[in-house]
Ligand binder design. Structure first.
Ligand SMILES: Cc1cc2nc3c(=O)[nH]c(=O)nc-3n(C[C@H](O)[C@H](O)[C@H](O)COP(=O)(O)O)c2cc1C
Length: 344
């Protein structure tokens, strides 16, 4: 079995299975990925990056491929409609990547119009040939993430997964929706189960896992080798630790935000606990940023809004963000807001 990828497990019996932070454009920047790991995620993946831009050495795209020694395994994700550029980008990434992930799930028109992302599922032969060309060129494991199908005609993820397994793809991840559905309706975990049972490589289940209860249901239905969490982790990377606690995979008192506030934790109200856990996450995000990419105001803005969403007084966040003269002042302002006495 390739390094960093465990063989396909048997039926799920309650034992720990790896939790993945989903690749999310505009969300899963390097400090956020490190934060997700600190919160309990086992595997992180970069946001998808245009393989044509990478193959032409575009600096902005290469910045998205930054990692850190502690991000193990390092899994860059690429997308594109040109098989040559996909293989070239993969080859350029291979010396630093532990695994290369390929995106066949993106429904965004700017991606599907170049017949990349989920649109490629409508051309399964081209998709499989593209992956074959990449596997030929790199000596690191190649994995693929896809949807159930395009939504036009019968779903074909199972056939594609079987073909990808046949050419040496090391792991598959399936989001239980079609391209046509985008994010509407519910993820169809039963269709993921059919894929889990239909191939011998590990399959990660994705779609609508947001807490311990949904994680348990998804593992029970699919028997997947792991779970990937996307939207449920935006502003709430603590979801990974919460899932592990809820499924009995770790002790609640070992959650880092509880350890950091150990004495008074259980006397706090639920609101006060939310403030404290999110402050721990925010401060850690800033710490990881300082150690890696430096403070990036655009990323900080997006996370600050997400981290404070739903908390009493969260409207103040915009004033703090826009009134701060420096990124450091912005970081401190959010931290102080999260440390403040919540209006209960
Ligand atoms: C803001 C956002 C950005 C996303 N960007 C990517 C991406 O770069 N690559 C990818 O494979 N999927 C991307 N996705 C899809 C997620 O990885 C995931 O498949 C989807 O959100 C379903 O999982 P969830 O129900 O846990 O959110 C993105 C989703 C969101 C919400």
């Amino acid at each position: 079995m390739p390094q960093h990828i465990a063989p396909k497990p048997g039926p799920w019996d309650g034992e720990p299975r790896p939790l993945f932070l989903a690749p999310m454009a505009g969300v899963s920047d390097l400090p956020f990925r490190l934060l997700a790991k600190a919160c309990g995620a086992d595997v992180t993946i970069t946001e998808f990056t245009n393989s044509t831009a990478l193959s032409r050495e575009a600096a902005v795209s290469w910045r998205k491929m930054e990692s850190h020694a502690t991000e193990i395994p390092f899994i860059p994700q690429i997308f594109g409609g040109d098989p040559g550029d996909m293989a070239t980008a993969a080859e350029m990434l291979a010396p630093t990547a532990d695994i290369i992930d390929l995106n066949f799930g993106c429904p965004a028109p700017k991606v599907t119009k170049i017949c990349a992302g989920a649109a490629l599922m409508g051309e399964p032969d081209n998709l499989v040939a593209m992956v074959d060309g990449i596997i030929e060129r790199v000596d690191v494991p190649v994995t693929a993430k896809m949807r159930l199908g395009t939504g036009q005609g019968a779903n074909n993820a199972l056939e594609i997964c079987k073909a990808l397994e046949g050419i040496g793809t090391s792991r598959l991840c399936v989001h239980g929706r079609t391209l046509r559905q985008r994010y509407s309706g519910e993820a169809d975990w039963n269709s993921i189960k059919a894929i889990v049972e239909g191939v011998e490589v590990p399959v990660v289940a994705n779609g609508d896992v947001v807490d311990a209860a949904s994680a348990k249901d998804c593992l029970e239905v699919t028997g997947a080798a792991g779970l990937m969490v996307g939207r449920g982790a935006i502003g709430r990377p603590s979801v990974f630790g919460e899932i592990k606690v809820g499924l009995g995979w770790m002790k609640e008192e070992d959650l880092p935000w509880i350890k950091a506030n150990a004495e008074a934790w259980y006397e706090r109200s639920v609101t006060s606990q939310s403030f404290a856990s999110r402050r721990w996450c925010w401060d850690k995000y800033i710490e990881f940023s300082n150690h890696t990419t430096g403070l990036q105001p655009r990323w900080m803005q997006r996370h600050a809004v997400a981290f404070t969403k739903g908390l009493p007084g969260a409207k103040k966040i915009r004033n703090i963000m826009h009134g701060a003269p420096t990124p450091e002042a912005f970081a401190d302002g959010i931290s102080s807001f999260l440390a403040g006495k919540p209006a209960e």
